[in-house]
Design a protein around this ligand. Structure first.
Ligand code: HEM
Length: 187
């Protein structure tokens, strides 16, 4: 299975400075200059995140996201040791450990979204979290599976209020999170 992030950026444009301007837009790149978010994308991410929080709670979204991963990607289910005994969606919904990871993910995203405009090279919390995921057996491409499940959750919840611009902004944002976790993750 291919395992790469969605976007590669023009290294020439990025130069050495992780925060730079092109055509009056401010971009933020990570240290490897792979991923970037415009100020407008940060606004789109923030506003849709607020809307998502209004529509429901992280626990609920977390459960639905984990169920999507387990149902659509049974090949990575074994990473969560507790998941072996979860066969039906009902069993998944009742699992305290599944709820816990789903909620953990949403809380971690919440914290990262909160500091989005203070981004420089590194979000140390995400790098540390990535490091922990080495022991859990995670891989970057599994994070991409989670990203896609997350995108379905947010798009289903916000419906018509989730535009293609919101989608692009969130993909860039989640890829940024993945790149940060990837700095700590040893595959
Ligand atoms: C598909 C990719 C991922 C896999 C396979 C994975 C796997 C795991 C496992 C096995 C654990 C330990 C047991 C548990 O808490 O259930 C864990 C903990 C955790 N995960 Fe993930 N995870 C993934 C993605 C993510 C992402 C993208 C985030 C956040 C954005 C995240 C946030 C957390 C947090 C906050 C914990 C608790 C950390 C601790 O204090 O030990 N995980 N993960």
């Amino acid at each position: 299975m291919g395992c790469h992030l969605t976007k590669e950026f023009d290294e020439e444009k990025l130069k050495k400075n992780p925060i730079y301007s092109v055509n009056n837009k401010t971009y933020i790149a990570d240290a490897k200059n792979q991923l970037l978010l415009t100020e407008n994308e940060i606004k789109l991410v923030r506003s849709s995140w607020k809307d998502l929080a209004k529509n429901g709670d992280f626990k609920k979204y977390g459960i639905e996201m984990m169920i999507k991963i387990f149902v659509n990607h049974p090949e990575i289910k074994h990473i969560w040791k507790f998941a072996a005994k979860l066969n039906t969606e009902e069993e998944m919904r009742e699992s305290a450990q599944l709820r816990s990871h789903g909620n953990n993910v949403f809380e971690a995203i919440n914290s990262a979204v909160n500091v989005l405009d203070k981004l420089n090279n590194t979000n140390t919390n995400l790098v540390e979290l990535g490091k922990k995921h080495t022991l859990y057996g995670a891989k970057t491409c599994y994070f991409v599976i989670m990203r896609d499940a997350f995108m379905e959750i947010i798009s289903e919840s916000l419906g018509n209020n989730f535009s293609s611009e919101h989608r692009d902004a969130w993909i860039n944002c989640f890829d940024f999170f993945i790149s940060q976790m990837g700095k700590g993750l040893v595959e």
